[in-house]
Design a protein around this ligand. Structure first.
Ligand SMILES: [Zn+2]
Length: 348
């Protein structure tokens, strides 16, 4: 039985697993309540769905009647004897309970999972200016380019995160006016080395442009939930081909949930900082190339429209860009504390 570090959502694992019936006579089983008492863990049991969650010191083990997969902290899994239901009760094998005991004992209390790295990706750069708008400063007209705006904000977010989280890897895809292809950005994101129990967040920063000069405001995008992508890096683990698509699906759902949360927190953070002058266009979902190919929770922020004259003037103002950076940073901070401190039932 191998535990592997992958992400997925408990709600989806059951529907895709073959239902195995464990022969009850092989060994004496331990009832769920006795197991919870032995483990000194809190028990959540939903007889309707068959979902069982055992929780201790901020760690969760999720299992389900008839399924061999057990999820640990929504990140790792093991294949164990499927729990069986008899006379309205659920029973586990002693080996199953031993495995749970080992899981709960070997992890430090309440630091179930942490954000190990944040990759900030300022869009465009070099030969690719991104969206270009016009501003008039002291009677002089000049261009304002997306690649410059997003680099300033990205560097600011980077500095703030670096100061606040010295123990996390804070990274930029580019720190100057360099051109990077989308593939190179994805490659950078996917090649960041993480410790066990660490997650990486991918934050792409852009500015908008529209034919309608009245279009204005900021928006945060996350991946559309029904988009299918390959999130498991097959080379990194000993994954059985049968289980790969299932894990992939579950990880994807978990990433989507987390991406939506990050998007929400960043949107709220921006609202607090710039909501008085810029319209909050809300959360959007889309399958952006960079976002859908990064094997991690990821969002894309559009700071505003350079095609709107009032907004272009704001985006040309460094103090305004600092507010944007503060909004993004604050949103990320809220997500990090949520992610690292409440990976409990509500984290679903
Ligand atoms: Zn862009």
């Amino acid at each position: 039985m191998k535990a592997r570090k992958y992400v997925f959502l408990i709600l989806f694992f059951s529907a895709f697993m073959p239902k195995t019936v464990f022969p009850a006579e092989i060994q004496p089983h331990i009832s769920l309540h006795d197991a919870a008492a032995k483990l000194n863990a809190k028990l959540f049991w939903d007889p309707l769905s068959g979902v069982v969650i055992l929780s201790k010191n901020g760690h969760n083990a999720n299992l389900r009647v008839g399924d061999e997969i057990v999820l640990f902290d929504y990140r790792e899994f093991a294949l164990l004897d499927p729990p069986v239901r008899r006379d309205g009760n659920v029973f586990l094998t002693p080996a199953f309970v031993d495995y749970l005991e080992n899981f709960f004992e070997t992890l430090p209390p309440s630091i179930a999972y942490r954000v190990g790295a944040i990759l900030i990706d300022p869009g465009h750069g070099g030969k690719d200016p991104g969206a270009v708008g016009k501003i008039t400063k002291n009677g002089k007209a000049s261009d304002i380019r997306e690649k410059d705006i997003v680099l300033k904000v990205a560097q600011d977010v980077y500095s703030r995160l670096k100061a606040q989280y010295p123990d996390k890897k804070i990274l930029l895809t580019r720190s100057d006016d360099t051109y990077l292809s989308l593939e190179e950005r994805v490659e950078k994101a996917n090649s960041v080395k993480l410790e066990p129990h660490e997650a990486i967040l991918y934050i792409s920063i852009h500015a908008n442009s529209a034919f309608n000069p009245a279009s204005a405001g900021f928006e945060v995008w996350y991946l559309t939930p029904d988009y299918r992508r390959t999130v498991i890096d097959k080379s990194s683990g000993n994954i059985n081909d049968d289980i790969l698509p299932i894990l992939n699906f579950m990880m994807e759902e978990e990433f989507t949930t987390e991406s939506m949360l990050i998007a929400k927190y960043i949107s709220d953070g921006l609202e607090l900082q710039i909501g008085d002058v810029s319209a909050n266009r809300g959360l959007k979902e889309e399958a952006w190339f960079v976002v859908r190919n990064a094997r991690m929770p990821s969002v894309l922020i559009e700071l505003g429209f350079v095609s709107n004259s009032a907004e272009a003037a704001r985006l040309a103002d460094d103090r305004y860009l600092q507010k944007c950076a503060a909004g993004i940073y604050n949103g990320l901070s809220v997500f990090i504390s949520h992610f690292e401190n409440s990976r409990g039932f509500t984290a679903q």
